[in-house]
Design a protein around this ligand. Structure first.
Ligand code: SF4
Ligand code: SF4
Length: 77
């Protein structure tokens, strides 16, 4: 069975540095035009189903704004 992952973006911690977008080998992370409460363009994700759970994005984020969870069967995405 293919593993599935949930990428949780804590947008109000994001400072828009774009480090995470550069390390995602699947190119899933993009910058949003919507500004967070600090006034930064924050990160967003397209096609979360394609996430392979490598956690590169979470490891590189200097602000702890990304968390990755592996979904168990029956979990809500
Ligand atoms: S865990 Fe890996 S594949 Fe998933 S969004 Fe982050 S960098 Fe991309
Ligand atoms: S690495 Fe962290 S702070 Fe930088 S754009 Fe990504 S989520 Fe935002």
């Amino acid at each position: 069975m293919t593993k599935k992952f949930r990428v949780e973006l804590i947008k109000d911690r994001c400072k828009g540095c774009e480090l995470c977008t550069s390390v995602c080998s699947r190119h899933l992370l993009k910058m949003d035009t919507h500004l967070n409460h600090k006034g930064y363009a924050s990160v967003t994700i397209e096609n979360m189903d394609a996430c392979i759970g490598c956690i590169n994005c979470a490891l590189i984020c200097p602000d702890g704004a990304i968390e990755i969870f592996q979904l168990e069967e029956g979990d809500k995405e």
